[in-house]
Design a protein around this ligand. Structure first.
Ligand SMILES: [Zn+2]
Length: 552
């Protein structure tokens, strides 16, 4: 009887999984635009965490989920996951001192060094901490790479380079080895956030990255923008697991520090691109004290659930995410102080609502459950999604996939759809199939070296091991001249991105977004029906974590 039921279930699943995209419920692009207009209106005050804008946004989202008769996504019976945030502002009247024998160098805050602490404390300091140069600061077992090689880093100040180690291709020394650290593409080992995390795991007192414009992808001026208040989550240990001081040195100061240690920057940089590199103690001691102003904010993720219909699989999930927050009210530009965040990310939040509505129109729900998660504080460093990923409401080992929406296409229909991090996981095939059913193609992003895959909320799922999709708008527009896609993209980046002018414009056309959302809907539906979990591709930096998680 049981075997029979199982077989019958499989037969149903096989046919259900094959439902052509054209026969699935549609995603209503007009409704996406209507939600966007509400969320991006001046009434919502730019949706900053901890403001009246948050109140209004959260109320709107909960109301919409209730109207669709979706269930509360939190196990406590609410549509809310509280996210406690702390804002830490360092006093800029501080210096970083390097000492070696009778030599001493004092580095000016902001001009020479940008530093902060994640410790939730009024004071964070290092005193006479030994400085060690650790190359790129990377530990990557899948590439047989370890820049620490038995170094006891406890209490030390680690100085490292930004980006992945640039390993030449043995077949063509002018190019990077595609088999090591993704070749030209940046892996997570190249991101500055990784450098601080690995330094903390090693027990370092301070982690300082030497800034270089090329490998970082942005000038030191961008780093100097990080001297004000920074938000973070508060862990039970008040973030004491982090290094006391994190920061950046200007390239000039990085070179001067190595020279003080009797070393040559360029020579060490060359060694650091090889597996043979060993940590180099500089014989220099570092001291710095940060005095901080602290404030706490309780923000919220909004979460709704469509329960799966299969009693054996309904505790397994596909999670859709979109960040509801933006920058709120800030410095005026052209007399406008409200950072409406229309494209970024009222559109994605609106898309999340309408994908949810499409799921409620299915004749029968999928076998597994679907979670719709509107996260907070993305603009403060992906914090709402980070909170969910470390304190998930439903186990990540039973979460098949994350599908993220951040900035929808507002310029009309395209022949293509872009997947940032194309090749990362088996989810790509779902996207390719659904896009093909619309007569469209999928390709990767044009600048993989900039590491865009690590810059929105799906990344927090990836980091914890869950295969995660980062779709982006296409670039090949139907009925528009060649180059139109790049033109509108550049115009947005230069004139509207993170500015008060990111507003809904009369010429916006959400028809392309509607098609993209139908692809994402089909992908989530089919993953929720599938016989197997999607997997990371071999060699992917998140694969080991997923494999370990699923073995438990
Ligand atoms: Zn965004």
């Amino acid at each position: 009887m049981k075997a029979y039921a199982l077989l019958a279930g499989l037969a149903v699943s096989a046919s259900a999984a094959q439902t052509p995209l054209a026969r699935l419920p549609r995603v209503d692009a007009d409704a996406v635009l209507a939600h966007t207009k509400v969320l991006a209106s001046d009434d919502y005050e730019g949706r900053a965490p901890g403001t009246r804008g948050e109140e209004r946004t959260v109320t709107y989202l909960v109301e919409q989920f209730k109207k669709m008769a979706l269930q509360p996504g939190n196990t406590d019976g609410t549509y809310i996951q509280k996210v406690p945030l702390v804002g830490i502002t360092p006093d800029p009247r501080t210096v970083l001192t390097f000492k070696k024998g009778s030599q001493e160098r004092q580095l000016k805050f902001k001009d020479d060094v940008v530093a902060w602490t994640k410790h939730v404390e009024a004071t964070a300091a290092i005193t006479d901490s030994d400085v060690v140069f650790v190359g790129y600061g990377v530990v990557a077992p899948e590439f047989q790479w370890d820049d620490y090689k038995g170094l006891d880093a406890r209490g030390k100040t680690l100085v490292m380079l930004v980006n992945d180690p640039p390993v030449p291709d043995p077949a063509n020394p002018a190019a990077l080895d595609p088999k090591t650290f993704g070749g030209k593409a940046m892996t997570y080992y190249g991101r500055w956030t990784y450098k601080y995390e690995i330094g903390a795991q090693k027990g370092a007192a301070a982690v300082l990255i030497v800034h270089e414009t090329g490998p970082a992808g942005y000038p030191f001026g961008v780093v100097q923008g990080k001297t004000g208040e920074q938000f973070d989550l508060v862990t039970p240990d008040r973030n004491k697991g982090r290094a006391a001081i994190e920061g950046w040195l200007s390239l000039e100061q990085g070179k001067a520090l190595l020279a003080m240690g009797g070393q040559d920057f360029d020579a060490l940089k060359k060694q650091a691109a090889t597996r043979a590199f060993r940590p180099v103690p500089l014989g220099v001691k570092a001291s710095m004290t940060l005095h901080n102003t602290l404030r706490t904010i309780d923000s919220r993720n909004v979460v709704a659930k469509l329960p799966g219909r299969d009693m054996h699989l309904k505790d397994e999930y596909v999670v859709y995410t979109a960040h509801w927050d933006h920058f709120g009210i800030g410095d005026p530009i052209n007399g406008d102080r409200i950072y409406n965040g229309a494209k970024d990310n009222a559109t994605g939040t609106a898309g999340l609502l309408e994908v949810a509505r499409a799921f409620t129109k299915l004749p029968t729900p999928p076998k597994r459950s679907i979670l719709f998660l509107a996260v907070t504080a993305e603009e403060q460093g992906l914090l709402g999604s980070q909170y969910y990923s470390v304190t998930p409401l439903h186990p990540l080992a039973k979460t098949l996939a994350n599908i993220n929406m951040d900035g929808l296409n507002v310029y009309g229909r395209t022949r293509d759809i872009i997947l940032i991090g194309l090749g990362n996981s088996g989810l790509d095939d779902y996207v390719k199939k659904a896009a093909a059913e619309q007569g469209r193609i999928v390709h990767g992003d044009a600048e993989p070296e900039k590491g865009f895959y690590y810059r929105s909320d799906h990344f927090n799922f990836a980091k914890q091991g869950v295969p995660a999709l980062d779709p982006d708008e296409g670039i090949d527009f139907i009925g528009k001249p060649a180059g139109y896609g790049q033109k509108v993209r550049d115009d947005y980046t230069q004139n509207r991105y993170h500015k008060p002018s990111d507003e809904v414009l009369p010429e916006w056309d959400l028809s392309g977004a509607g098609e993209d959302l139908e692809v994402l809907f089909a992908v989530g539906y089919r993953v929720a029906q599938a016989d197997r979990y999607p997997e990371w591709s071999p060699g992917n930096e998140f694969k080991a974590k997923r494999d370990a998680m699923l073995k438990r």
